[in-house]
Design a protein around this ligand. Structure first.
Ligand code: C2E
Ligand code: MG
Ligand code: MG
Length: 728
């Protein structure tokens, strides 16, 4: 029986030798167990025979194995141990284990792991001294040998030198695998610069299979974009001037160029001659592409693909510096689209976006290649003309840009007409740096913006003065809103049949602490430009309703009051906003009228009709203010739910002496009568005007002839006293 077992043990041992690495350790564990079981066997062979067989097994092991008795004296020493430490078995056996120790150790020192048997198996890293005196680090793995009574009789210690675990063949195999599996492309060339080895990543990146690359020179990947100087740097690195790291544009098999980061080093033999050089490279085209995407995001407008303000400043800054040196002329054109906001609001953002794209294209096509065009705001573009012969040339370009918008845009079956306001600043007259030139072209653009029509204007210093005043006004107006400097005056409207007060227009007044009364004609346009008109408009609505409520509460029968609405207040939410205020003050809608200037209504793209219908449905009456200035057609007027036409003062001034004004006034009144609308003549100052307009068939009069706008108290008194216009 025991013979068979020992035979089996020998087989195991044979296998152990054939195996590599840790599998061997496992087999040896089994071997230790086997030896243990041999000790445990009933039919124990003669101890000598057992020992003899065990020693045979152990001696054949390549792995260093040492047997110790309980006191730490060596009882076994195999070939592996001899190989590792250099002692022959006869030199080692019988010695105490301490003779292998690197450091001096005292007897019974618990630091002696070989004697530390209580914990059974253990695995430690220790330092030991060879016969040669050299210190080695070894891994020590121990198992306890026990006798029949389970008493520890000794120790099997297995050792392996750290760093010697891999055979040089294993090392080669391991290195080859690391190279092959690397994410980075690796290319090895011999001293004649022929490729001798490439890895899988090389093939993946370049498209060349190993068999296509090996034998070729690294010119295989040459893109041809680098100059001779650069190439010689790389070449000398391959010839051993020192490791080189940098970026190279390579060429794939399919001809595509790709950026790569490359490290080049050389390998020398023992004599110091270069035998090989190798390049380790990474394809950074994906990185580059995302960098470029980032660059685009940072520098370009994603909608139109045009440069944004950042890139514009950069491009123009450089060009201006050159222009300054060459004494060239240049011009900045700030272009703001007219009616774009209305299109965006009514037709939706998708249409708005497409419109901007198309506008960008048309502008770009109208300009020369050297001109810079950027989109710098929602509907704002800037063009920099960087070399023009004289200032007038920029006007020609402005006209071209305006002409580019003349053809309507067709977007998703919507026909959209756009206009533009263009402000021009000229280099070097108006300024020599980008910031000033942009500011001045903007100031000029704002001036054009105030007109209904498209157009362009050159900047002039007076404009800047006015712009400065406006900025100041804006700041003060904000304070006025917060500081209760605004108030409403009421201008009565009288019936041309009865002479009695039949209505009033609420007109805003600004009681400026220093300037006194500031005219709305001065600050309303500023409020509109800056967006403050929302706050101002809300205040007017709120204050009018509060006043109406107060009059209702005091039991006085007051006529309806009209308020003026600015173009910018006219949006989809306007009806809801008004309803909230009416409800809050408990004011019936019939007490309030809304005046809307004709130019707002003329702009068909604003799509005001549905909003007006909503307002009328709420019970509000709408009046068209400044009628005659917007040239509305009769056909269009018919579509609008208007109850009142207010003839603009400019037509009233000339009557009854100016024949043209008389004819126009007559036409307007006739038109209004056909539409069965109430007609109010504005700005009537004289009795003759009054008589003429009354004879034409006007219904009401509003003007200094009867009364200017007065305070709420004064207006209340006039109504209470039933002050009348004398019609005779
Ligand atoms: P509007 O709505 O056409 O108001 C009539 C303007 O003509 C008022 O000027 C009024 O004082 C003036 N006026 C009335 N009768 C005569 C007259 O016989 N002769 C002369 N020379 N002028 C007369 P005001 O108050 O200076 O307002 C100017 C414009 O400011 C208004 O024109 C209106 O467009 C705007 N505005 C006034 N208040 C407001 C407001 O609360 N909101 C808005 N958005 N605009 C307002
Ligand atoms: Mg008005
Ligand atoms: Mg008016």
């Amino acid at each position: 029986m025991h013979e068979a077992r020992i035979e089996w043990a020998l087989q195991l041992c044979q296998q152990a030798r054939e195996q590599q690495g840790y599998a061997q350790a496992q087999l040896l564990d089994e071997l230790a167990q086997l030896l243990q079981s041999l000790v445990d066997l009933r039919e124990v062979p003669a101890p000598d025979a057992l020992q003899l067989n065990a020693r045979r097994i152990i001696d054949q092991m390549q792995e260093p194995i040492i047997l110790l008795d309980r006191a730490g004296y060596l009882t076994g020493w195999n070939q592996g141990a001899q190989g590792l430490f250099g002692y022959l078995p006869e030199e080692a056996i019988g010695q105490h284990i301490l003779f292998l120790y690197a450091e001096e150790c005292g007897d019974g020192d618990p630091e002696i792991p070989e004697l530390f048997l209580e914990h059974g198996n253990s695995f430690v890293e220790v330092r030991r001294r060879k016969k040669s005196g050299e210190i080695v680090r070894v891994d020590l793995s121990m198992s306890v040998l026990r006798d029949d009574d389970n008493q520890a009789v000794g120790v099997v210690a297995r050792l392996s030198g750290i760093g010697e675990r891999l055979s040089s063949q294993d090392k080669l195999r391991l290195h080859a695998k690391i190279i092959e599996d690397s994410d980075q492309g690796i290319l090895i060339v011999d001293a004649q610069e022929h490729i001798v080895s490439v890895n899988a990543a090389f093939s993946r990146i370049t498209g060349y299979l190993p068999q296509e690359a090996i034998g070729q020179t690294s010119d295989l990947l040459r893109s041809g974009v680098h100059d001779a100087n650069f190439r010689s740097q790389v070449r000398s690195a391959m010839q051993g001037t020192g490791a080189w790291h940098g970026e190279i544009i390579g060429k794939r098999k399919n001809g595509e160029l790709f950026p790569q980061t490359v490290s080049i080093s050389v390998v020398r033999n023992d004599e110091g001659d270069i035998t090989h050089s190798f390049s380790i490279f990474s394809d950074i085209s994906v990185l580059r592409a995302s960098e470029e995407r980032m660059q685009r995001l940072v520098n370009y407008d994603s909608l139109t693909g045009l440069p944004n303000r950042t890139l514009f400043n950069q491009l123009v800054g450089q060009a201006l510096a050159t222009a300054r040196r060459n004494h060239d002329y240049g011009a900045f054109l700030t272009i703001d689209l007219k009616r774009f906001t209305a299109v965006n609001d009514t037709l939706g953002h998708a249409v708005g976006d497409e419109l901007l794209r198309q506008v960008g294209q048309r502008f770009r096509q109208s300009l020369r290649v050297g001109d810079v065009l950027a989109r710098v705001g929602g509907d704002e573009f800037v063009a920099a003309l960087l070399s023009i012969q004289k200032r007038e040339h920029s006007a020609i370009v402005a006209k071209k840009l305006l002409a580019a918008l003349e053809l309507p845009f067709l977007i998703e079956s919507n026909v959209v007409h756009l206009g533009a306001s263009i402000g021009i600043s000229v280099f070097p007259e108006d300024g020599i740096d980008t910031a000033s030139l942009l500011r001045f072209s903007d100031v000029a653009m704002k001036r054009v913006q105030a007109n209904v029509e498209s157009g362009y204007l050159f900047y002039c210093p007076e404009m800047n003065q006015r712009a400065k005043e406006q900025w100041q006004l804006e700041g003060e107006l904000r304070l006025a809103l917060a500081g209760h400097q605004l108030l409403l005056h009421y201008q009565p409207k009288v019936s041309l049949r009865s002479g009695r007060i039949v209505g009033a227009e609420a007109l805003i007044r600004w009681q400026h602490p220093v300037l006194g009364m500031v005219s709305p004609a001065k600050f309303i346009p500023v409020a509109e430009e800056t967006g403050l008109i929302f706050a101002v408009g809300n205040w007017v609505l709120e204050e009018t309703c509060r006043q109406i409520r107060q009059w209702m509460d005091s039991g006085i029968e007051m006529p309806p009051v009209a308020i003026n609405l600015s173009v910018r207040q006219f949006d989809r939410l306007l009806p809801a906003r008004i309803q909230v205020v009416l409800d809050r003050h408990g004011v019936p809608p019939t007490r309030l009228k809304l005046e809307i200037i004709e130019s707002l209504l003329v702009d068909e793209s604003r799509n005001v009709v549905p909003i007006m219908n909503d307002l009328v449905a709420m019970g509000l009456a709408l009046a068209m203010d400044d009628f005659g200035t917007g040239y509305s057609s009769l056909a269009y007027l018919k579509k609008l739910p208007i109850t009142t036409l207010k003839i603009d003062r400019s037509f009233v001034i000339g009557v009854p002496h100016d024949k043209n004004d008389c004819a126009i006034a007559q036409a307007i009144v006739t038109m209004g009568q056909q539409l069965r609308q109430e007609i109010v003549a504005e700005g009537v100052e004289t009795l003759q005007q009054m008589a003429f307009l009354r004879d034409l068939g006007c219904d009401q009069l509003q003007g200094f002839l009867f009364s200017p706008a007065v305070s709420s108290n004064e207006f209340e008194r006039m109504v209470r006293d039933d002050v009348r216009l004398c019609l005779d």
